[in-house]
Design a protein around this ligand. Sequence first.
Ligand code: NAP
Length: 339
Amino acid sequence: MMKYRPLGRTGVQVSAVTLGSMLFGTTTSSDEAANLVDQALDSGVNCLDTANVYGMGESEQALGEALRRNGRRDRLVLASKFHARVGDDPNDEGSSRRHIIQQVELSLRRLGVDHLDVYYVHRPTTLVPIDETLRALDDLVSTGKIRYVGTSGFAAWQLMESLWASKEHQLARTVVEQTAYSLLDRRVERELLPMAQTYGLGITVWSPLAGGVLTGKYRDPSAPQQTRFADDKDSDWASKHFTTAADDVVDGVVRIAKDRGCTPAQLCLAWLLAQPAVSSVVIGARDSDQLTDQLGAVTLELSADELAALDRISPPGRAVVPYFLDDSFADLRPHLHRW
Ligand SMILES: NC(=O)c1ccc[n+]([C@@H]2O[C@H](COP(=O)([O-])OP(=O)(O)OC[C@H]3O[C@@H](n4cnc5c(N)ncnc54)[C@H](OP(=O)(O)O)[C@@H]3O)[C@@H](O)[C@H]2O)c1
């Protein structure tokens, strides 16, 4: 049975898992996507996650068709994102007022809805001061186009700065951060999660299975070949996941899951759900079987011994495969922040 948790201090109840749609309209056809959405909603999932950049709008389009088909939009916490490059024009990316207002209209149209429940800033930037971005988002809250502001891939200090700017300028504040967190990258435990708990921010988690690596299937020669990394094993991103250190974590996950009698995916998701800062884990499923497997994690309670065993194979606060947090500093221009 589904469990619900508070989204930070908003009072909104969100399902322990959110259905991600990054591959909808591309890897996953619109029909398959609609079936996955129905299956998730039938299981009690009430959160859907997309972004303007997923499939360059195809994900939102497919999700929109699914929502029209099932007619259950009103029960959902629907989230999208802006920031990533979505076209050739110099202004087709970023966190400017101009881009934000243009993109929210496009996302609403593709989704066929009149508002988003959460609108995430997909990545931090120092090219636009945060108060400029927050002011545009605050206007979207006032005009009813969005209910809440979220961030994604922000470091703890960037989130604190955003809360500070909201307070200083009386703007809608960020209520949730969507972050990379898994047994291959636990760095958010150092600062981001304690910060979120202290200030009442919700945390949603992306790539909880490290793109499927944590299921152990890449260690198993008999596993199906149709996978995210199968054709792509030599890319920089994939090869980051196929190191001896990552293999050791995966082997440990497979062993502990076997002892517990669950699947590795369920173990990894249940471990995330056991972290008190986490509001909802954003899952990605290629098909109905994967979704069924992942939904099984919701009722899986791990024992103290199992949690300790996972700490031994992947120590708290450490990264074996570093995800994107470091990108937060790539375009640092501190002078813009003297506001
Ligand atoms: N905010 C952000 O910057 C950001 C970034 C990335 C994603 N997201 C969101 O997070 C969602 C989830 O991300 P993700 O897809 O990377 O999550 P993930 O859980 O790390 O990877 C999901 C993939 O793992 C494989 N898988 C899942 N269940 C499995 C099972 N039971 N057995 C074997 N393989 C299984 C499938 O890939 P294969 O079948 O291809 O192996 C599936 O597509 C996205 O849809 C998106 O909404 C957000």
